[in-house]
Ligand binder design. Structure first.
Ligand code: EPU
Length: 436
């Protein structure tokens, strides 16, 4: 690495972030079989939940991702040790755990750090967690997390950019959300597990990652009813104990790999997936002209040469996930006709639009709707990733764009996709990581 490149490499509290690029030569039809990894967004709250009971935990199907190491670094702040026992297994030891602050330098790099709020409050009666601040596509507030802790009896103040929550003891209550929130539902589940009495969460998130967390808490001794539904009832128990768990498959990684098949007119099977978690996504692949075969633990997508134009609206689960919105935007940018994409979860999650336009896409954004006029072809160009799913969308577009697409700032991609370029290469893509 040249000294200049070294100077330009940004560092984060989580270690060195590389300025690697991914270079794609477009035009190859993908085919074959590839396995999805464990779910990032299920693993993050499960790791935070280990703060609830002292002991040793073993987890399998844990993806190797930047966000997972950030959460492990966060846990280390509380005296929790972790080690990989094999490539996708980890052991967590919380026996020497102590309370401490969740610092800004970690929380700002990963919003999911806020998952430590509920467990710390439950365990110590006090938690000090930095406010995460904005993210690449907007403010993303945490008011529902705070409202939930207050409903359980905590007094919450904001002090110099930190959430300071205190409660002599947490007591069950009814928490009714206007908006369905994955993170707030998870935080309240963890805080309520050992609260006195019964907690009811109305309009709870029913995403598979939250159900996986609830199942893990049940394995730790929690009493939770209504798993997978929007009404969760937690009957507080005096204490929890460690448990082991296998992480569920990553439905968004699987959906992204299937989108790679769809955009290249390919034929790809993704294994280690739960097709029931992908219902709305698979229906949209079908609407766009692909044939979809669902098996027990795999899905196969066989795509036409060009996708048909469709309308997509993101919704809380079991609706179409916002985390697949950018990838479908890439797909529909080469669709046959005019598509529309409405994001009702994050109304301004459109940072990928300008970059897709650099590749020749024809997209107009009005409010929370993107109107995508399909073009016959895209042409490769240097583009810049601005967030995790935007990075994936640009790589998908690069798979079909003529010539070379160079995607920079792929450290965003590395937060949530394990070796994506290797998986796509195994399916026949001409793609490589250029180390910087
Ligand atoms: N919201 C509030 N107040 C809050 C919390 C959320 O108004 O206190 C709003 C948000 O602004 C948003 C909606 O509620 O409009 C839903 O947000 P949610 O809380 O469900 O999102 P999250 O828990 O912060 C998780 C995923 C995101 C995914 C969203 C939506 C994790 C670690 N993150 O975030 O994943 O987009 O749910 O499904 O699970 C990603 O993986 O790329 C990613 C961003």
């Amino acid at each position: 690495m040249s000294s200049k490149a070294k100077e330009e490499t940004p560092k984060a509290a989580t270690g060195t972030i590389t300025m690697d690029e991914i270079w794609v030569q477009g035009g190859r039809r993908l085919s074959g079989s590839v396995a999805a990894g464990g779910s990032k967004n299920a693993t993050l709250p499960v790791l935070a939940a280990t703060l609830l009971a002292p002991g040793v935990y073993h987890f399998t199907n844990v993806p190797v991702l930047k966000d997972i190491s950030t959460m492990l670094q966060m846990l280390a702040r509380f005296g929790v040790t972790s080690r990989r026992t094999d490539a996708h297994s980890i052991e967590i030891d919380t026996r020497n755990q102590k309370n401490a602050e969740a610092p800004y330098e970690l929380v700002k790099t990963m919003r999911a750090s806020i998952y430590v709020l509920g467990p710390l409050l439950a365990r110590y009666g006090e938690a000090r967690v930095s406010l995460p601040g904005g993210c690449a596509w907007g403010p993303r507030p945490v008011d529902l997390h705070i409202k939930g802790m207050e409903a359980l009896g905590a007094v919450v103040d904001i002090d110099h950019g930190y959430i300071v929550a205190k409660a002599d003891s947490l007591r069950g209550s009814t928490v009714s959300f206007d908006i369905s929130s994955v993170g707030a539902t998870g935080n309240i589940l963890m805080a309520a597990a050992t609260a006195a009495g019964e907690t009811v969460i109305e309009n709870a998130a029913s995403e598979p990652e939250i159900t996986a967390l609830a199942e893990f808490l049940v394995a730790m001794g929690a009493r939770i009813e209504g798993l997978g539904s929007p009404r969760l009832v937690v009957k507080g128990v005096p204490e929890l104990h460690p448990a082991d768990a296998a992480m569920i498959p990553d439905r968004i990684e699987a959906g992204t790999l299937l989108a790679a098949a769809a955009i290249t007119g390919g034929d790809v099977e993704v294994t280690n997936v739960d097709p029931s978690h992908l219902g709305a996504v698979l229906t949209k692949f079908e609407a766009a002209g692909s044939s979809v075969e669902r098996a027990d633990r795999s899905v196969r997508v066989r795509a036409p040469e060009r996708p048909e134009a469709i309308a997509v609206t993101t919704q809380p689960y079991p609706g179409f996930p916002t985390d697949m919105q950018a990838q479908f935007m890439a797909l529909l940018s080469v669709g046959d006709g005019a598509s529309s994409i409405v994001d009702t979860i994050y109304t301004d999650r459109f940072t990928h639009v300008a970059e897709l336009e650099r590749l020749g896409a024809d997209i107009r954004v009005e409010g929370n709707t993107a109107f995508v006029q399909g073009v016959e072809s895209l042409s490769g160009a240097p583009v810049m990733a601005t967030d995790l799913r935007a990075s994936a969308a640009l790589i998908l577009a690069g798979l079909i764009a003529g010539g070379e697409t160079r995607v920079s700032r792929v450290y965003h991609l590395d937060r949530g996709y394990e070796r994506l370029e290797e998986k796509l290469s195994a399916l026949g893509a001409s793609i490589r990581r250029v180390r910087r």
